[in-house]
Design a protein around this ligand. Structure first.
Ligand code: 6GU
Length: 248
């Protein structure tokens, strides 16, 4: 089962990275069908206007509702199973690994990234009643537009699709993946040479003792989480902690 992703934007060229690396290969393999649309194709004036001044005053410009509704209607068409509509905005609900997993189970996502101060709120009111609509934020900072957020979300979702990652285990071990590693950050990794600039790879990783290696990795994950994200340790399910965890 492949996933379809449509993106409507005034900067279609922003999505060139989706032809590169893991996501580019997933598209070549037919696992992911990405279609990028120019919002201005649904304007009718010579200037191809997509924005106007905000009612009530204030800084910046607001995206007009008409091009968005025409674009969304054209992309969705008469589909029996319409896409999930994702509108990136810093005022949205947080995009997390849980949301990425949820999206990875959808057959069709439609992203509507805005520029300026955002899209006229009536567009979200209209499509929120017709489609499943999510307004999502990728973190507590402000981007100049939603395009970079769409790149982030497509990469996070795309790597979860069946057949995209060669090694399904690497998904299970992710930081923030559900399961025993829930809410633990991944620890350090090493490769050859065994000594580099006088620095050794931790000898346990060369020991061949898989039980001891798993224990060491979990300790390192606990230490890194305590150092970088102490608030996550407090959220860990106590039932998933063992005696040796508590000693770390
Ligand atoms: Cl989704 N959009 C914009 N413009 N800024 C953001 C964001 C999204 N998430 C965090 N900052």
């Amino acid at each position: 089962m492949s996933m379809r992703v449509d993106i409507i934007s005034i900067f279609p060229e922003y999505f060139a990275p989706l032809s590169v690396s893991l996501i580019g290969k997933a598209r070549q393999k037919g696992l992911l069908d990405v279609r990028v649309h120019q919002l201005r194709d649904w304007t009718h004036d010579v200037h191809r206007t997509v924005d106007d001044t905000p009612y009530g005053g204030g800084p910046g410009m607001v995206m007009k509702p008409e091009p968005w509704s025409e674009a969304i209607d054209a992309v969705v068409g008469a589909a029996a199973s319409p896409p999930r509509l994702v509108v990136p905005t810093p005022s949205g609900r947080p995009f997390t690994q849980r949301v990425a997993l949820e999206y990875a189970g959808e057959p069709w996502l439609l992203f509507a990234p805005a520029r300026y101060e955002g899209i006229d709120a009536r567009v979200m009111a209209e499509y929120g009643s017709r489609l499943r609509l999510d307004e999502v934020s990728i973190g507590d900072y402000v981007l100049a537009g939603g395009e970079a957020a769409v790149l982030v979300m497509v990469e996070a979702v795309g790597r979860l699709l069946p057949g995209v990652l060669g090694n399904a285990r690497s998904v299970a071990d992710d930081s923030f993946a559900p399961g025993a590693m829930a809410a633990l950050l991944e620890g350090p990794v090493y490769t050859k040479p065994p000594v580099w600039r006088g620095r050794e790879v931790p000898p346990i990783l060369l020991s061949g003792n898989h039980g001891a290696i798993a224990r060491w990795r979990r300790d390192e994950a606990l230490r890194r989480t305590a150092a970088h994200r102490p608030e996550l340790l407090a959220l860990l399910d106590p039932d998933l902690l063992d005696k040796r965890d508590r000693a770390v």
